[in-house]
Ligand binder design. Structure first.
Ligand SMILES: C[S@@+](CC[C@H](N)C(=O)[O-])C[C@H]1O[C@@H](n2cnc3c(N)ncnc32)[C@H](O)[C@@H]1O
Length: 240
């Protein structure tokens, strides 16, 4: 008699979930992040078109970064994990010669549509499509948050590779420990996605920066405000 090898639906879902379990070497996990942002891209661009979600303290850190990089030799600045381009616009308004890169083709399409004077490219933080020493500044604004701890070293090594000597790096993220499911936030827009984010302490990120050969200049760690669920951190670092 022929055996029925079909899996019950719950087992199949479980097996698929395990396949997309995030690990830096698991391309399916990266594909999961890309798929999630491809799905929500239009709503992300519509509901978060500017820096309205940032606190004045966050913006002060970005302003300090923009000032540091524009004081240099006019080298371009990379908005790494640029999403729909709102932070690229903010940097451009502060005199940066900015370009953006993001994993999600749909987020990049939104960025190109809404910021036609800026250059956006599809690419991964762990394999940036740029030569060594290309940028005077690299900003990772809430783009490291979907990568698990074991993948962080690869991101910071790539950022350090494309950064010029004495260039600056700025990284913003939710501060804490563990993970959070962010699918619920997108359900109100009718999207059923699978997406989680990782919390990191400022010390953890500072260690990653140091391991990548960068030196911390200063950090901000502030308490959650308004509808934020977590404390927020921003670190500014420089290349030797
Ligand atoms: C929370 S959104 C932030 C977008 C933008 N920085 C902003 O503040 O609006 C995270 C972005 O990081 C991108 N991202 C996540 N992991 C990435 C990776 N490994 N390589 C490139 N982009 C990535 C996502 O596609 C998404 O657009």
């Amino acid at each position: 008699m022929k055996r029925d090898v079909r899996m019950p639906r719950w087992q199949l879902t479980d097996a698929m979930m395990r396949l997309v379990l995030p690990s830096p070497s698991n391309p399916l996990a990266v594909r999961g992040v890309r798929l999630a942002y491809d799905t929500v891209a239009a709503d992300y661009a519509a509901y978060l078109p500017d820096t309205r979600a940032e606190a004045p303290l966050d913006l002060a850190m970005i302003d300090a970064f923009a000032e540091a990089v524009t004081l240099g030799d006019g080298a371009p600045v990379l908005d790494a994990g640029c999403g729909a381009g709102r932070m690229s616009r903010y940097l451009a308004e502060r005199g940066c010669l900015v370009e953006g890169v993001d994993l999600s083709p749909n987020m990049v399409s939104m960025a190109r549509r809404d910021h036609q004077d800026l250059v956006f490219t599809v690419g991964s933080l762990t394999n940036l499509p740029y030569p060594d020493d290309r940028f005077g500044g690299v900003m990772l604004w809430y783009s490291i948050i979907h990568t698990p701890p074991a993948g962080q070293a690869g991101i910071f090594a790539e950022a350090a590779r494309v950064l010029r000597p004495t260039g600056h790096l700025l990284v913003g993220f939710q501060s804490g420990e563990g993970t959070r499911d962010v699918a619920g936030a997108y359900r109100q827009f009718g999207h059923e996605i699978q997406l989680e984010r990782y919390l990191y302490t400022a010390d953890q990120v500072a260690s990653e920066l140091e391991a990548a050969g960068l030196r911390e200049v200063c950090r901000l760690v502030r308490r959650a405000q308004g509808t934020e669920k977590d404390d927020q951190a921003v670190l500014l670092a420089t290349a030797p």
